[in-house]
Each structure stands twice: as C-alpha cells, then as structure tokens.
Ligand binder design. Structure first.
Ligand code: IPM
Ligand code: MG
Length: 353
C-alpha cells in the first residue's frame, strides 16, 4: 500500500501527525504500508510559488491512495485564483479524475447531544452524501468576468455530460445496494436543464438496479428536509455545486465537522481521503484541533481503496472507544468530559487500537 501523505496547511499539519501514528501502529501489526510526504497548498506556495508543485502531483499519481489534511489560510486570500491553496485540491480532483466524493454523515451515539438539532432528530443518523466532483459549474467553460454595456458581468457555466451523470449515478446505486437500498437523487429540474438531464439519466439507470428504490428531490426541499427529518435519507446523490452545500449542512447534523471523513474516488477506487473540515487558521498551531476526522479518513482509505474492512473497523472501533472513555477535544466538549488536545487524542486512539 503506497500512500502519499499531504498534510497541507494550518491544522492539517497537526492532525496528519496523529494519522501517521495510527499508520505506524498498523505497520507494527504487520500491514505493509509505505508512505511518502509532500507539500501542498499555501505551504507549497510559500516554498515554490505553486500550490500544487509537479513533484507533489507526480507522487499523488504514483501512489495507490492519498491522505490529505487541509489547505488554505487568510494570508492567501488576495492571491490570484490559480495560486490559491484551494486551486491545489481542485486540480488534484480533476487531474486524478476523482469524480466520486463520498461524504458520510454519521452520528456517534456519544455525541448525539452535540448537534444543534434535538437528539431524537439525529440519534442513529447514518447518511451518505455522494457528490460528483469533477464537473458542473465548478469546471464548466466559459467562465469569467467581462465588461459588457459599460458594466462588469460575471458568468459561469453549469454543464454535465450524460456520461458524467451516468458514472456517478452507478456509484450511487452500488453504494445504496450495500446499505439501505434507498437512493435519492437531488436536482433542480423545475428550473435548470442540466439537472433535467441529470434526472432523466438517473431514471434510465434505475432499470439496471431494480433492488434499489430511486426517488428524486429538488435541492431546496432537500436542504429543508435535512434539518426537518434527516433520517428519511439513506444515500443522496447530487452534482458538484449542490453537493458542496448540502454536505456542509449535513455535517452539522452530527454535532461537529471535526468528526467527519471523506473519500474522493476514481473509477478504479484509487482515492484521496480528507477530513471534511478545512485548515482552521484560527486554531492552527495551538495543539487543540480534533484529529478524529483525519483518523477516520484513514479508516475509509483502508476500506475503499485497500479493501481492508477489518482494519478499517478496528480504527473506527478505537475512535468509538476514546469517545466512550469521555475524551473530548474542544469542538466536541460536553459537560463532565475530559478536555484533551490533538496529541493526547491521537495517542488515545493508538492505545485503543
Ligand atoms: C469542499 C470545499 C472545496 C469545494 C473548496 C475548498 C474548493 O468547500 O471540499 O467542500 O468547494 O469543493
Ligand atoms: Mg465545501
């Protein structure tokens, strides 16, 4: 298993160290894991003027999987778009064709009270958001800001080819098959032609998956249903833009964005694994960040790219154990629990393993 380790910026660097400790522990148990580190994002820009240096891209291309921390920082906000840290992650998704983005929103029983919704609405929630990641308005051409009739006009293009819809749709049906057999496709077909095509293709695909129940929902209604009754959903499949927004919303159902991992897969299950949260410049360097989303991303990597479900389950089990022991970082702190920092939390997971 060759893993590229890309810590990135801010708390990405601190939480990655804890994931590496978990990798070391798995190695001691006999797993053949090879790792190599590289810089990305603002850190790479500071060193070389490029947020995604060729050497980093090459390493990512050669590795079987990529463990990614987070990128970004307020000091980079004024840079031109192609130099910004975010550009590195967008390019990586496109270059490696990582089109299937899995964003689970799972509520750990120990943390149900940490959600801003009533515990009975979220307790037991186990939702998978599948977001298309390499097309849509994020990448559509033409795009830009021009001057027309004496004023500035900004424009982007929302665009999906049917082949792109079909391949993400298939992943959606396959995932639903392994879970509750319910797939809900999110679109805005009452207004947007792109998403009319999206819906049509989903309906065509459904014929190949008679064992999965396919439903459709408009994106605005979906945003509302996610806070009204999120447990009605099993797997949601949607485009890049809607998926960006809905997955942030869904993450908060679970109480802390610091708990949620994600996977971005290509057609052969090669993947980039990263926490859903960002680089959190406000707490970076203080040793207080929650490393659990990073560690759970590693567990997803074992499961989806390497087919090591048992090892993945062990890592997830170790996380459950430290939560049951009452250890909490600041973002998930509850009365009566023991407040710990990044290192102690990571160390406890390794001990739990
Ligand atoms: C995400 C992020 C990215 C996105 C940004 C950092 C480019 O919000 O992964 O959800 O919009 O896809
Ligand atoms: Mg986002």
């Amino acid at each position: 298993m060759k893993i590229a380790i890309l810590p990135g910026d801010g708390i990405g660097q601190e939480i990655m160290v804890e994931a590496e400790k978990v990798l070391d522990a798995l190695r001691r148990d006999g797993m053949k894991i090879e790792t190599e580190r590289a810089v990305i994002g603002g850190t790479a820009y500071d060193q070389s003027g490029d947020p995604l240096p060729d050497a980093t891209l090459k390493l990512a291309q050669q590795a079987d999987a990529i463990l990614f921390g987070a990128v970004g920082g307020t000091q980079y906000d004024a840079l031109p778009r192609d130099k910004r840290p975010e550009r590195a992650i967008l390019r990586m998704r496109k270059e490696l064709d990582l089109f299937a983005n899995l964003r689970p929103a799972t509520v750990f029983p120990e943390l149900a009270a940490a959600s801003s919704l009533k515990p009975e609405i979220v307790a037991g929630l186990d939702l998978m958001i599948l977001r298309e990641l390499t097309s849509d308005i994020y990448f559509g051409q033409p795009r830009g800001i021009k001057t027309e009739g004496g004023e500035r006009v900004g424009f982007n293009t929302m665009l999906y080819k049917e082949s792109e819809i079909r391949r993400i749709g298939r992943v959606g049906f396959e995932i639903a098959r392994k879970r509750g057999r319910k797939l809900c496709s999110v679109d805005k077909m009452n207004v947007l032609e792109t998403t009319q095509l999206w819906r049509d293709v989903m309906v065509e695909l459904a014929k190949d998956y008679p064992d999965v129940e396919l439903t459709h929902i408009l994106v605005d209604n979906c945003a509302m249903q996610l806070v009204r009754n999120p447990k009605q959903f099993d797997v949601l499949v949607t485009g890049n833009m809607f998926g960006d927004i809905l997955s942030d919303e869904a993450s908060m159902l679970t109480g802390s964005i610091g708990m949620l991992p994600s996977a971005s897969l290509d057609a052969k299950n090669k993947g980039l694994y990263e926490p859903i949260h960002g680089s959190a410049p406000d707490i970076a360097g203080k040793g207080v960040a929650n490393p659990l989303a990073m560690i759970l991303s590693l567990a997803m990597m074992l499961r989806y790219t390497f087919g090591q479900a048992e090892a993945a389950g062990r890592v997830e089990g170790a996380v459950r154990k430290v939560l049951a022991q009452g250890l909490r970082t600041g973002d998930i702190q509850q009365p009566g629990m023991r407040l710990v920092g990044t290192k102690e939390m990571g160390g406890a997971v390794v001990a739990g393993l």
